[in-house]
Design a protein around this ligand. Structure first.
Ligand code: SF4
Length: 328
């Protein structure tokens, strides 16, 4: 559409979701890499993408971080950071064998699920881990107790479940799932296993639930919802699904503003905007600027929750930072 057409359409607006973007676990993981680069100097190796966002990874690479898939790619004795998604115990052991200085940036809310898995496995439960096959977080959690954990990949995975004792089964989940789909999966599991136990507290994290909740609020009023996030970001992909399920005519995932196709906006009056938990706010600002240039300069922020949670940096990094400060 031309600029004149864009600006001439009356009543065009943006509903901007809040909370959106960085969660406490992502903020901590990104800061961990930044502080490690300052403290130890480049290069710093990071096993897997520290968080699932293209821009964040590219920015850290430009500062001296080297992203690898496995510990074997890290030179012996070098520093390696484990990503926010968590790792299986064998990954710590590999790092120890290669004399790597390992810093664990696993989100504490993922660690909580690992602890639950270990505890239920120690009590000899069958654990049904609801999550997406192949996702790093699921691989890490399942690695805590492979003999006790089986993956349930959504409602369609329920029929494949087999357990040893239907009275001793618990479900846990990946932290970044769709809240509604997980409820559906659990309901189906409970039809087959009425004595199925629930996790001691929600495994889907506060950031995932809050971002889905606000999208549900705005979606019925939106012609289009644009979610800023990367394709490998589970929580970002879920936001698109939630938006469409909640009534948006269409939902799109973009890493960057320039990926927005003018055709998506052609008949739109109201555009919703949000971002996944691994997305820096500057990328959302770019999207708002892009939309404003197409006549969507009227922005209303819709707030459904205040988030104040923060996590401190990993102990091993804090200890070295303290020692460096003491040395002056
Ligand atoms: S999305 Fe949730 S579990 Fe994942 S890093 Fe953020 S707070 Fe932690």
């Amino acid at each position: 559409m031309t600029q004149a057409e864009a600006t001439s359409r009356p009543g065009k607006r943006v509903l901007l979701a809040k909370p959106r973007g960085y969660c406490a676990g992502v903020d901590r993981a990104v800061q961990t890499v930044e502080e490690a680069l300052k403290l130890y100097g480049a290069p710093i190796y990071v096993r897997k993408q520290i968080v699932h966002n293209k821009h964040v990874v590219q920015t850290l690479e430009s500062q001296g971080a080297i992203f690898v898939e496995e510990n074997e790619e890290v030179p012996e004795g070098a520093t390696v950071i484990f990503s926010a998604h968590g790792v299986a115990p064998e990954v710590y052991e590999q790092a120890r064998q290669r004399s790597l200085r390992a810093i664990d940036a696993t989100c504490p809310l993922v660690t909580k699920v690992h602890q639950e898995a270990k505890r239920f496995a120690a009590e000899d439960y069958d654990i049904l881990l609801i999550g997406h096959e192949g996702h790093e977080e699921v691989i890490g959690t399942a690695g805590e107790a492979p003999a006790h954990i089986q993956l349930v990949d959504g409602p369609d995975g329920v029929d494949k479940v087999t357990v040893r004792d239907p009275e001793k089964v618990v479900w846990l989940s990946q932290t970044t799932l769709s809240v509604d789909e997980t409820l559906e999966t659990v309901a189906r599991l409970k039809q087959r296993l009425p004595l199925l136990q629930s996790p001691p507290s929600d495994d889907i994290c506060y950031a995932t639930s809050n971002r889905q909740h606000v999208v549900k609020e705005i979606a019925p009023d939106c012609d289009v919802v644009i979610v800023v996030g990367s394709r490998n970001s589970s929580n970002s992909v879920r936001l698109v699904e939630v938006a469409v399920d909640a009534g948006a005519r269409a939902g799109y995932l973009v890493d960057f503003a320039h990926e927005i196709d003018d055709a998506w906006l052609a008949d739109a009056r109201t555009v919703g905007v949000t971002s996944g938990a691994s997305v820096p706010e500057e990328l959302v600002r770019d999207v708002l600027t892009h939309l404003a240039a197409r006549g969507f300069g009227d922005v209303e922020e819709i707030l459904t929750a205040n988030e104040r949670l923060t996590f401190s940096l990993p102990q091993e990094l804090k200890r070295d930072m303290k020692a460096a400060a003491a040395r002056g």
